[in-house]
Design a protein around this ligand. Structure first.
Ligand code: GLU
Length: 482
C-alpha cells in the first residue's frame, strides 16, 4: 500500500432501493477502509433529475445502517454541487481540453449504425470530426444547442485494476464524452471525477459495469491535471440462471431480505463473499473476522452467483451464532406484529420467550421462522393440521391423551427428564410403543406434526398449558366422534 491514508466511498444513485449489487460494493469498500485503517465515505449521486427519486434516499441510508456500514464524515450530495461541476467544465473549455460539439447523440448513433452496415469499425474520431465553421454557424442560427465534449488525445489508455490486473483500450475507441449538456448541466462522469478528487478518494472499488466509464474518467483526471486514484472493478452478481441480478427479473433489494427475516450479519457475510473471499474452506464469518482477514489482493475475478438457498444456509448459521437473548429482541416485535401476543405480555415473560427461542433455534432459517414455527407457544388459537389430525386423532388417542395428561398433572417437576420418564412408564405399562403417545401429544399441544423434540416442547410450554391442551384435544376428538 502507498503511504496516503486510504479513503474509499460508496456512491448509490437514488433510482431504486439499495440493490444487492450496490450493497456488495459498499461492503467491499467498507472492509477496505476498516482493514487498512482508512475512511469509508458516502456520496449520493442524485443529479439525474429524470431518474432520481429523493424519497428513496432515506430507505437507502436505512439499508446501509441496517448492514452497519457506518460511514465516516458528512454525506456528499451531488445535487448540491452543480456550480462546482460547472466551474470545472469552464476550466476544461478554457484550457482547450474540452470543446463545444454540435454533433448530437442521435448523429453519433447513426454514424455507428452506418459503420455497422458497411461492415467497418466505428471510430469516434471520424464521427466527432469537428463540424465546419459554416455548419456550426447554421446550427447556432437555428438555435440548436451544443454539448461540451472532452478531447481524448491519441494513444492508448492503460491502468492496473486491483481486481483484474492490467486493462487497456485504444483511445480511438474511447468516446469524446459529453461533460456538460446543452442546458449547461454537467454529466455523470464529470461529477464523479470532480467528487472523487475533492473527497480525496484513493481507491475506487465498484462494479465492473463501470469499466467503460473508468476509461473515460481517466481522461478527465488527466485533463484537469489530477493524480489518478487506484481502480478495482468487482465482478457482477448473477442469478442462478446466469442472468444479471436485476429488479426487472424480480430480484429483491436489501430491505426486502431484511423483511424476510435475514440477519444483517448474514447479508454482510454473504454479499462479501460474492465479491471478495479469504480463499479458505470456511464460509461463515463475523464482520470482525472479515475486517481482519481482508486483503485487497483477494478480490474474486469470476462473476458471482446469488443463490437464495445458500443465503438461507448462511442465515441459519448466523442465527445459531446469536445468543437467545439477542434473538428474542429480534423476534419479540414480530410476534406482536403477528397478533400472537402483546408487548406487555412479552416484557413480563422474557424468560419464557428466551426458552422458546432455545427450542426453535436449531430449525430456524429466518427470523420470521420463529413466528411461523412457534405461534403455538403464545396462543392456543390454532387449528390442528388436517392431515395429521386424520392420522393421529383416533378414538384410541383420546384415551391415551387423557391418561398421559393425568400422569403429567401429578408430576412435581415438569422438566424433560421427568416428562420422558412418565411417558415411558405409561407406554411400558400398556405395552405399546412410545410413538403412540408422542404423535398425538405433539399435535395436541402444537397443532402441527413436526417441531422441536417433544420433551423440550412440553417442558417449555409448562405443565398447566401442556396438560390443558392435551385434555382439550381429547375432548375435541370425542366431540368429533359424536
Ligand atoms: N452511482 C453509481 C452506481 O450506483 C456508482 C458509480 C461509482 O461508484 O463510481 O452504480
Amino acid at each position: 500500500m502507498n503511504e496516503t491514508p486510504v479513503r474509499v466511498r460508496i456512491a448509490p444513485s437514488p433510482t431504486g432501493y439499495l440493490h444487492v449489487g450496490t450493497a456488495r460494493t459498499a461492503i467491499a469498500n467498507y472492509l477496505f477502509a476498516r482493514h487498512y485503517g482508512g475512511k469509508f465515505l458516502l456520496r449520493i449521486e442524485d443529479t439525474d433529475i429524470e431518474r432520481s427519486r429523493p424519497e428513496l434516499i432515506e430507505p437507502i441510508l436505512d439499508a446501509l445502517k441496517w448492514l452497519k456500514l457506518d460511514w465516516d464524515e458528512d454525506i456528499l450530495y451531488q445535487s448540491k454541487r452543480i456550480e462546482t461541476y460547472k466551474k470545472y467544465v469552464q476550466q476544461l473549455l478554457d484550457s482547450g481540453h474540452a470543446y463545444r460539439s454540435y454533433v448530437t447523440p442521435e448523429e453519433l448513433d447513426a454514424a455507428r449504425e452506418k459503420a455497422r452496415e458497411e461492415k467497418r469499425s466505428f471510430s469516434f474520431r471520424e464521427a466527432l470530426v469537428p463540424l465546419s465553421e459554416e455548419e456550426i454557424k447554421m446550427r447556432k442560427d437555428t438555435g440548436m444547442g451544443y454539448a461540451v465534449r472532452l478531447r481524448i488525445p491519441e494513444g492508448e489508455t492503460v491502468f492496473d485494476d486491483i481486481v483484474s490486473g492490467r486493462l487497456e483500450k485504444k483511445n480511438e475507441d474511447i468516446e469524446e464524452l459529453i461533460i456538460a449538456r446543452s442546458d449547461g448541466t454537467p454529466t455523470y462522469n464529470l461529477a464523479v471525477v470532480v467528487d472523487d478528487h475533492e473527497m480525496g478518494i484513493t481507491h475506487i472499488i465498484r462494479g465492473n459495469d463501470h469499466i467503460t466509464n473508468t476509461f473515460k474518467q481517466i481522461h478527465i483526471y488527466q485533463a484537469l491535471g489530477w493524480e489518478l486514484p487506484e481502480f478495482g472493478h468487482v465482478p457482477l452478481i448473477l442469478r442462478p440462471d446466469k442472468r444479471k441480478v436485476s429488479k426487472r427479473l424480480g430480484d429483491k433489494d436489501v430491505g426486502q431480505y431484511q423483511h424476510e427475516g435475514i440477519l444483517p450479519e448474514t447479508m454482510f457475510n454473504f454479499l462479501c463473499l460474492l465479491g471478495w473471499s479469504p480463499k479458505t474452506d470456511r464460509e461463515i464469518y463475523t464482520r470482525e473476522e472479515l475486517v481482519e482477514l481482508f486483503d485487497k489482493n483477494y478480490f474474486n475475478r469470476a462473476n458471482a452467483v446469488f443463490d437464495d438457498e445458500k443465503l438461507l444456509a448462511f442465515n441459519h448459521a448466523h442465527i445459531q451464532m446469536k445468543s437467545d437473548h439477542e434473538l428474542a429482541v429480534l423476534v419479540a416485535p414480530l410476534l406482536v406484529e403477528a397478533g400472537l401476543t402483546t408487548k406487555y405480555w412479552l416484557e413480563t415473560r422474557w424468560e419464557y420467550l428466551r426458552k422458546v427461542i432455545t427450542v426453535l433455534k436449531e430449525r430456524a432459517k429466518r427470523i420470521s421462522d420463529f413466528v411461523e414455527m412457534g405461534g403455538y407457544f403464545f396462543s392456543f388459537d390454532y387449528k390442528y393440521d388436517d392431515k395429521a389430525e386424520k392420522k393421529q386423532f383416533t378414538p384410541e388417542a383420546a384415551e391415551l391423551l387423557t391418561e398421559l395428561a393425568g400422569r403429567f398433572e401429578k408430576l412435581d417437576r415438569f422438566d424433560k427428564v421427568a416428562i420422558e420418564t412418565a411417558l415411558t412408564a405409561l407406554a411400558g405399562e400398556k405395552e405399546i410403543s412410545k410413538a403412540r403417545f408422542i404423535h398425538p401429544t405433539r399435535l395436541a399441544v402444537s397443532g402441527v406434526a413436526a417441531g422441536p423434540g417433544l420433551y423440550d416442547l412440553l417442558e417449555t410450554l409448562t405443565q398447566p398449558v401442556a396438560v390443558e391442551r392435551m385434555k382439550k384435544a381429547a375432548e375435541y376428538i370425542r366431540s368429533r366422534a359424536q
